[in-house]
Design a protein. Structure first.
Length: 223
């Protein structure tokens, strides 16, 4: 796999596509690492290049500092906010397109959506060939629960502290969203978990990964 960070400039002269994982550095409960979203974004991006969905793509280093203000009440969270992330994506893609024709951003953090929508909209209006795709499935819990714990048990089990795993707020998003938006995650979950990690497994994580990749293929019009 062609990784941008290890390339030399002559290697990239004929580049067509750059794939940029977009994650976060934010709290994921007492049992998952701050880089959870970034790990997932990188793994999905790697898989899409490897299976030919994004054939010939150069894998860029991830954008890890992102829009995570809803988690800021928890130590460890590093957020640059939506306006800053929007501008970072705009400037990054403009730079990439000085030598590559197109970009796909693979996003694994829901808090980045507004920034990506705004940035891609602006870039497309300027004539750039760029789009973003979410690492998402239909049946998931909200944050640091069974879904993300299973994914991390599959992708980076050495970073999962199962002995610390505990359930958090299990209410549906529609019930907690007003408070979450106005006051952040800590106002609805003291431990930062929205869901229940118990029952998570590496096997389930592998299945979720397959489903995520399948959904992205469909979005990109690949079989």
């Amino acid at each position: 796999m062609a990784t941008l960070a290890s390339a030399t400039w002559p290697d990239t002269e004929a580049a067509d596509l750059v794939v940029v994982p977009v994650g976060s550095i934010e709290q994921h409960g007492p049992h998952l690492p701050l880089e959870t979203d970034t790990v997932i974004a990188v793994a999905v991006a790697q898989a899409l290049i490897a299976d030919g969905t994004l054939s010939g793509g150069w894998l860029a280093p991830p954008l890890a500092y992102a829009a995570s203000g809803e988690h800021q009440e928890f130590p460890g969270t590093c957020s640059i906010g939506t306006p800053a992330l929007t501008q970072v994506v705009v400037e990054l893609v403009r730079s990439l397109h000085c030598w590559a024709r197109r970009t796909v951003l693979v996003n694994a953090h829901g808090g980045n959506v507004n920034a990506l929508d705004a940035a891609v909209g602006q870039l497309v209006s300027e004539g750039h060939e760029v789009r973003w795709v979410p690492c998402a499935t239909e049946e998931v819990d909200l944050h640091a629960g069974r879904t993300e714990t299973s994914l991390m048990l599959h992708l980076a089990p050495w970073h999962v502290r199962l002995d610390r795993a505990e359930a958090g707020n299990r209410q549906p998003l529609r019930e907690i969203l007003p408070t979450l938006v106005s006051a952040g995650v800590r106002a609805v979950s003291a431990n930062g978990v929205l869901g229940d990690p118990h029952g998570a497994s590496a096997l389930e994580g592998a299945q979720i990964m397959e489903l995520m990749i399948k959904r992205i293929r469909q979005r990109l019009g690949s079989p």
